[in-house]
Ligand binder design. Structure first.
Ligand code: UDP
Length: 311
C-alpha cells in the first residue's frame, strides 16, 4: 500500500484517478482549492477511510510524508483559464515548485500532467515529443501553454539539480463520465447541446481536428508512467492517434442521440485555437507498453449516458 497525493481542481480526471488508486488499496490524499470544481464527484470517495480531502491552494507550500505525487492542478478548459489567467499561471508555476519541493524533501516520485498545448498550433503533424512547438507567448492561450511549458522545464531542472524522481506526460483532449457540463469543452458542449435540442456550435469549419481520448485509456497511461521502473522520465504523449474534424464529431454525437432535433451551426474560431492535433504516440507504446483501447463511438455512448442526468 502506498500513500499518494493528488493535486486537482475537483472534477473529471482527478475523480477517476482517485478511484483507481483506492481500488488498488492505496491511501489517497487530495488537495484542491475548489476554484473551478466542487465536491460532488467525491461524495462517494469520502466514504472510503483511505481517502482524505484537504482544502488547500497549491500555490502555498504543503507537507505530508507520501510515496507518490500526481500533480494535476490547473484549470484546463480554454474558457476557464482565459477567464482567470493570472490564477492559472500561479497554479502552474508556484504549484509545480511547491510540489517539486515536497517530492524532493520526502523522496517521492512526482508525475506532472502536462498537455498537448505545449505544441501550440503545430506546424508538423502528427506531433512527436521531440517537436519544439509553435506557441504564441502573448495571446490569451499563453497563460496555459507557456506556463505548462515552464513547468516541464522546472521538472527537468529539479531532476538535474536535485535528482528528484520526476515523470512528465502530455495529455490531450480527454473525455468521459464526470466531465463538468459547464466546462465549455467541445465534447461536453456538443453532447449538452444535442440533449437540450440546441444548435451545435462548431467554431471555424470542417478542417479543424482533434484526437480524443477516453478517460480509462488516459488513467492506464498515467499509472503506467508512474509505475515504470526503467526510469524513463522524458515527456511522453499519452494520446490516441485517431483524428476527427469537429464536423465529424458533431455528426457522431447526433447519430448517438437520435431523438435530438439540434442543427449544426458555424461560429468564429477563438483566437489562437490550434487547427490540427494528433499525437505521435510511439514512445508511450514502446516505453510503457501502453496503447489506447476505447474507440470514440464506444466512449461517447458512456459519456452521453452520464450527461443525460443533467437534463
Ligand atoms: N469547439 C467547437 N465548439 C464548441 C467548443 C469547442 O467547435 O462548442 C472547438 C474549439 O474551437 C477547438 C476544439 O473544438 O478547436 C476543441 O476545443 P476544446 O475547448 O474542447 O479543447 P482544446 O483542444 O481547444 O483545448
Amino acid at each position: 500500500m502506498k500513500k499518494i497525493l493528488i493535486t486537482w481542481w475537483a472534477w473529471f480526471i482527478w475523480s477517476h484517478l482517485c478511484k483507481r488508486l483506492l481500488d488498488e488499496w492505496n491511501e489517497v490524499i487530495c488537495l484542491d482549492n475548489l476554484f473551478t470544481g466542487n465536491k460532488s464527484n467525491i461524495y462517494e470517495l469520502e466514504k472510503n477511510p483511505k481517502f482524505t480531502f484537504i482544502l488547500h491552494d497549491i500555490t502555498q507550500p504543503f507537507w505530508a510524508q507520501v510515496d507518490e505525487i500526481y500533480n494535476l492542478a490547473c484549470p484546463a478548459s480554454p474558457v476557464h483559464y482565459q477567464k482567470n489567467p493570472v490564477e492559472t499561471i500561479k497554479t502552474s508555476l508556484l504549484g509545480a515548485i511547491n510540489m517539486l519541493e515536497l517530492a524532493t524533501k520526502v523522496k517521492a516520485k512526482i508525475l506532472q500532467s502536462s498537455t498537448s498545448e505545449v505544441y501550440g498550433d503545430p506546424n508538423i503533424h502528427p506531433q512527436p515529443e521531440s517537436y519544439r512547438w509553435n506557441v504564441n507567448i502573448i495571446w490569451p492561450r499563453s497563460c496555459y501553454d507557456e506556463w505548462k511549458r515552464a513547468s516541464e522545464t522546472l521538472f527537468m531542472d529539479y531532476y538535474r539539480e536535485f535528482e528528484t524522481k520526476i515523470k512528465i506526460i502530455r495529455i490531450f483532449n480527454t473525455y468521459g463520465p464526470n466531465m463538468n457540463p459547464e466546462d465549455w469543452r467541445v465534447i461536453s458542449n456538443f453532447i449538452m447541446q444535442a440533449l437540450r435540442n440546441q444548435n451545435i456550435t462548431i467554431y471555424w469549419d470542417w478542417l479543424q481536428t482533434r484526437s480524443f481520448q477516453y478517460i480509462d485509456d488516459l488513467i492506464n497511461g498515467m499509472v503506467a508512467m508512474m509505475e515504470n521502473t526503467n526510469w524513463f522520465i522524458w515527456p511522453v504523449n499519452i494520446w490516441t492517434e485517431f483524428e476527427f474534424s469537429m464536423k465529424e464529431l458533431a455528426e457522431l454525437v447526433l447519430k448517438l442521440i437520435p431523438e435530438s432535433t439540434s442543427k449544426i451551426i458555424y461560429e468564429d474560431l477563438p483566437i489562437d485555437d490550434p487547427k490540427q492535433r494528433r499525437a505521435d504516440n510511439r514512445l508511450a507504446k514502446e516505453k510503457l507498453w501502453w496503447e489506447p483501447k476505447i474507440w470514440l463511438e464506444e466512449g461517447l455512448v458512456k459519456t452521453i449516458e452520464y450527461f443525460r442526468k443533467f437534463i
